[in-house]
Design a protein around this ligand. Structure first.
Ligand code: TEU
Length: 514
């Protein structure tokens, strides 16, 4: 495929915004859409190509927006429909694509559809959700367990006293699952896509995309076989979603959150050329910081998914501990280089470019049901010494504690500091943009020394990553000149031999072959 034909979602980098925590324009302590629009230049300066926004639709916020009560309106916390339009327009004016979050597996229990569905057994919308009689003894219909089990495992079923049946909820009871086996449901949810496509959005991140196919017989989950997700019916449903996107001009796309940690199960989603354009791969999130483990994971996925598939490696999002907290600050720089140089479309979670860590949330300020507050702490834009305790995120009290490191890690404090994480991200993104092999080249891992993960891109360059906190020899074959190191003082352009090159602790390098 010639460079000019490569769609933006393959060659670009996507930046995830969690709107509650990005920028607050009205001082209520919660981020909003106008705040995002006002900060879009940060993304342009960073060098990303697209922005994905977590949900900002009307919601009672039981799961902070992943419980949608009206898919086609903006929650007042975040602004208005006009603010959403202005955001898309502001992004497009800057050459950025805008992707919205679409939550097809469930709605809020306050959604008009569910209110109708639960009203009586013979309501026309009864079948839009999954209702079943209790098993003998009043037990739930099967053994399915809801996803949030911080305080112990709970059934995915809640009894609705009024009509005497259980309804299914893979997440909170406030998030009843839609019944995709009723054709009216895909129809209605496709119209939601069209509503936003008509307003100009470039695509969608699909929440738990693999969950919209479930065993219609509601069979019990068994060891090695789940019946509540990844059922074969999911694939034609994803095809139908793609058809909706293809009704529109301009490379509209879908990236699926397919949280399957067995790559053999994930690969069919990535291989399909008529379903999702991209599929998040979350396997990294559960790996220890180990060169052989990362190499084996990437090699296995490249093999399973094949050269036609396009990976979307994921090192973090609003659900998981931050990179710098999982691996440490030194490794976080190496992880950034890896994410932005592997074959595929990288997704960068807001704040990772600042090297933020998880923020301790005192018990009285915990608001999330699943322990995810620490990663959702607001973005420090300016040092508190000049901008006050809200660090440029808000003039009010932020809804979650601001990082105690805001003085040093604030975006404005990192600009121009060549040793900062922000400078490293900018350098990596600029190099990636300027280097076809990094954007589109093939991938091949290289035999390398202990604790080093090394790979080639497009036969033009090599990346060598030291996973150890001690110096390590790269020990791979090839010579060339240093394009970039995670170590700011390393002189670019130096001739190196990968066989003898020794990397500093937590150092990664990109080398252009001679
Ligand atoms: O997450 C789905 C998912 O896989 C999560 O259950 C994840 O495993 C968990 O959050 C780890 O703590 C998506 C969204 O990303 C998440 O924010 C929502 O809460 C969830 O769907 C329900 O919509």
């Amino acid at each position: 495929m010639a460079a000019s034909e490569t769609p933006w979602w393959r060659s670009g980098v996507v930046y995830q915004i969690y709107p509650r925590s990005f920028a607050d324009s009205n001082g209520d302590g919660v981020g909003d859409l106008a705040g995002v629009t006002a900060r879009l230049d940060h993304l342009v300066d960073l060098g990303v190509d697209a922005v994905w926004l977590s949900p900002f639709y009307r919601s009672p916020m039981a799961d902070f927006g992943y419980d949608v009560s009206d898919h086609t309106d903006v929650d007042p916390t975040f602004g208005t429909l006009a603010d959403a339009d202005a955001l898309v327009e502001g992004a497009h004016r800057r050459g950025l694509r805008a992707i919205f979050d679409w939550v097809p597996n469930h709605t809020s229990d306050r959604h008009a559809w569910f209110l109708a569905s639960r009203s009586t057994r013979d309501d026309p919308k009864r079948s839009w959700y999954v209702w079943r009689d209790p098993r003998p003894g009043g037990r739930p219909p099967n053994n399915w367990i809801s996803a949030f089990s911080l305080d112990g495992e709970r059934p995915s079923w809640t009894l609705d006293e009024r009509t005497g049946q259980f309804y299914l909820h893979s997440f909170l009871p406030e998030q009843p699952d839609l019944n995709w086996d009723d054709p009216a449901v895909p129809e209605a949810m496709h119209d939601v896509l069209r509503f936003w496509l008509d307003r100009g959005v470039d695509g969608f991140r699909i929440d738990v995309a693999h969950a919209i196919g479930k065993d219609p017989a509601l069979g019990d989950n068994e060891p090695g076989r789940r019946h509540d997700q990844d059922w074969p019916s999911v694939h034609p449903r994803l095809q139908a979603i793609r058809h909706v996107l293809e009704e529109y001009e301009g490379d509209r796309m879908a990236v699926g959150e397919v949280y399957l940690l067995d790559q053999a199960e994930l690969a069919p989603y990535a291989r399909a050329t008529d379903e999702l354009h991209l599929v998040h791969n979350f396997v990294f999130l559960n790996l220890p910081w180990s060169a052989p483990r990362f190499r084996a994971t990437v090699d296995e996925f490249e093999e399973l998914a094949g050269p036609g598939a396009w990976p979307a490696w994921c090192l973090g999002n609003h659900d998981h501990p931050r990179i710098a907290s999982r691996y440490g600050r030194g490794p976080a720089r190496v992880a950034a280089m890896m994410l932005l140089t592997l074959r595929g479309t990288p997704f960068v979670f807001q704040g990772d470019e600042l090297g933020l860590t998880d923020v301790e949330v005192p018990p009285e300020r915990i608001v999330d049901v699943d322990g995810r507050d620490p990663v959702r702490s607001p973005i420090p834009w300016e040092p508190p010494s000049s901008a006050g305790p809200g660090a440029g995120f808000s003039t009010g009290e932020p809804w979650l504690p601001m990082t105690p490191e805001a003085e040093r890690l604030a975006a404005s404090a990192q600009v121009g500091d060549c040793e900062s994480m922000l400078s490293l991200y900018r350098a990596l993104l600029a190099l990636r943009r300027a280097t076809p092999a990094l954007r589109e080249g093939s991938y091949k891992s290289l035999e390398a020394g202990e604790d080093v993960y090394a790979f080639e891109r497009g036969g033009d360059l090599a990346v060598a990553l030291n996973f150890a906190p001690e110096p390590r020899r790269v020990g791979a074959t090839g010579r060339g000149s240093l394009l970039l190191s995670t170590r700011p003082s390393a002189p670019r352009g130096t001739e190196v031999d990968l066989a003898t090159l020794t990397l500093e602790p937590d150092e990664g390098v990109i080398v252009a072959f001679a």
